[in-house]
Write a protein that binds this ligand. Structure first.
Ligand code: SDX
Length: 436
């Protein structure tokens, strides 16, 4: 990061000593005011619940321009990556900073492919869950449990441990997600096959049975691979910040990623795709497109607590570029499957049209985000709604790992330990029970 010529001066109206704060410039995007010495020199903290104005780190991985609706992975626009690359190439880019050469790509694919099996003991964890357990509850447990199997790669400060843990996590997430699904439907687990692509392997582990050969549909395979690319990383979102904060204690990579899985589950974050599809289903039950106006009135009535799931974003104040690409993927998949008239897709497009013309949404710069169309395309593929966020976690694992490794590799990193504005009771004495 580059020191700026501009300084910020903090002064106080009560005549307390003022303070100069250095500014730093990034490659692109807002400058930052370095407040690391603020408390030491003024005895005061900054206050920013939800971190609306706080940069928690400096990073080289992903950049979002919320006003332009731009998303770059290591400088490459998501639109170009989604068309010209596959998910494992994108993983390589996020982990190592450059797109792979053909040789590097083949080697990386080979390493990932040869780590897709999980220890046979993992299946016994699943038996402890109810068959109707939410897949994210299962996945949180399974990912955390990985740290019990790979004692040879739990030292996060060892670059070789970080490398093999990254490969194992990227390779095994599809296997674990598919196992979580098979467990809920009472079907036998399907082992990975090394002659399939990353996405093809996942489709087969999800939908094959031992009774017959499973044929991967190349259109679905490509669509799923693109869904993985679109979800791979996204700057310092809630789950990535969770992984960084968790990893900053020096805990092992599997535990840190399990924390990310748990955070992503929330309906304001990765759980929004499941919530969005349930919302579309509810509107459909109310009467479909004819009832959209009534539903929108509920959304605009704050007391209803109803939100338009799949809309709005902390950073994007323009169209989420991933939502555009997801809508195109939706078209491709629905056409391939002969579901062009899917009522939920038609309802979603009508909802988007109305929202984008409605003053309430325009004034608040609320646009569709990545979760708005992703549920429709996953449902069309046959992925059950409760599994949507697990698919998001599968795809985001590489982003979490890349961000975690970037932090650990930064010589300046410290354990994250925010402070607070205390508004509770000042010191007071305990009264004996007889006097309370
Ligand atoms: C993801 O951070 C990331 O990068 C996340 C993510 C990633 O890839 O990691 O992009 C993935 O999490 C996408 C977001 C998925 N969540 C949803 O779709 C759930 C619905 N969206 C909202 O909950 C909300 O938009 C958030 C949580 C996404 C963002 O919330 P903010 O930034 O805190 O915005 P806000 O709540 O301050 O909203 C500003 C205004 C408020 O109204 P006013 O108080 O100004 O009158 O917009 C309103 C909000 O009430 N608003 C909505 C709305 N989202 C915001 N009103 C109705 N429906 C919505 N969806």
């Amino acid at each position: 990061m580059t020191p700026s010529d501009v300084k910020a001066t903090l002064s106080f109206s009560d005549g307390s000593p003022s303070m100069d704060l250095p500014l730093y410039k990034g490659t692109v995007g807002p400058d930052v005011i370095d407040i690391r010495k603020l408390y030491g020199q003024t005895g005061k903290f900054t206050y920013d619940p939800g971190f609306l104005s706080t940069a928690s780190c400096n990073s080289t991985i992903t950049y979002i321009d919320g006003d332009k609706g731009e998303l770059l992975y290591r400088g490459y626009p998501i639109e170009q990556l989604a068309v010209n690359c596959d998910y494992l190439e994108t993983c390589y880019l996020l982990l190592y900073g450059e797109l792979p050469t053909p040789t590097q790509k083949a080697d990386f694919e080979d390493r990932v492919t040869n780590h897709t099996m999980v220890n046979e003991q993992m299946q016994f964890f699943l038996r402890g869950f109810r068959r109707d357990a939410h897949p994210m509850a299962v996945l949180t447990g399974l990912v955390g449990a990985m740290s019990a199997f790979y004692h040879d790669s739990t030292d996060i400060n060892n670059p070789e441990h970080r490398e093999i843990a990254a490969i194992r996590l990227i390779a095994k997430m599809p296997t674990l997600v598919a196992m979580a699904y098979k467990y809920t439907v009472g079907q036998p687990y399907i082992y990975p096959k090394n002659d399939l692509s990353y996405s093809g392997n996942f489709l087969r582990m999800m939908f094959a049975t031992p009774c017959e050969e499973y044929k991967v549909n190349p259109v679905i395979e490509r669509a799923l691979d693109r869904i993985f690319i679109l979800h791979a990383d996204h700057e310092q979102n809630a789950s990535t910040s969770t992984v960084r904060l968790c990893g900053s204690s020096g805990t092992n990579p599997f535990a840190a990623i399990a924390a990310g899985v748990a955070c992503l589950w929330g309906p304001s974050h990765g759980g929004a795709n499941e919530a969005c599809l349930n919302m579309l289903g509810d509107i459909q039950k109310m009467g479909g497109v004819a009832k959209v106006g009534e539903f929108m009135n509920q959304v605009k009535d704050k007391s209803s607590g109803v939100k338009l799931m799949g809309f709005g974003h902390r950073v994007y104040k323009n169209y989420d570029p991933r939502a555009k690409l997801m809508r195109e993927t939706c078209h491709e998949v629905l056409n391939e499957l002969g579901l062009q008239n899917d009522p939920l897709f038609k309802l979603a497009m009508e909802l988007e049209k109305i929202a984008l013309e409605d003053e309430y949404f325009v004034a608040r710069k609320l646009y569709p985000n990545v979760d708005f169309y992703s549920g429709i395309v996953q449902r069309a593929i046959g992925i059950p709604v409760p599994l949507f966020t697990a698919i998001f976690a599968l795809a985001r694992t590489v982003g979490w790992i890349a961000q975690l490794n970037e932090m650990i590799g930064d010589p300046e990193y410290k354990i994250g330990r925010p402070r607070q504005l205390f508004v509770g009771a000042a010191a007071r004495d305990v009264k004996p029970l007889s006097q309370r």
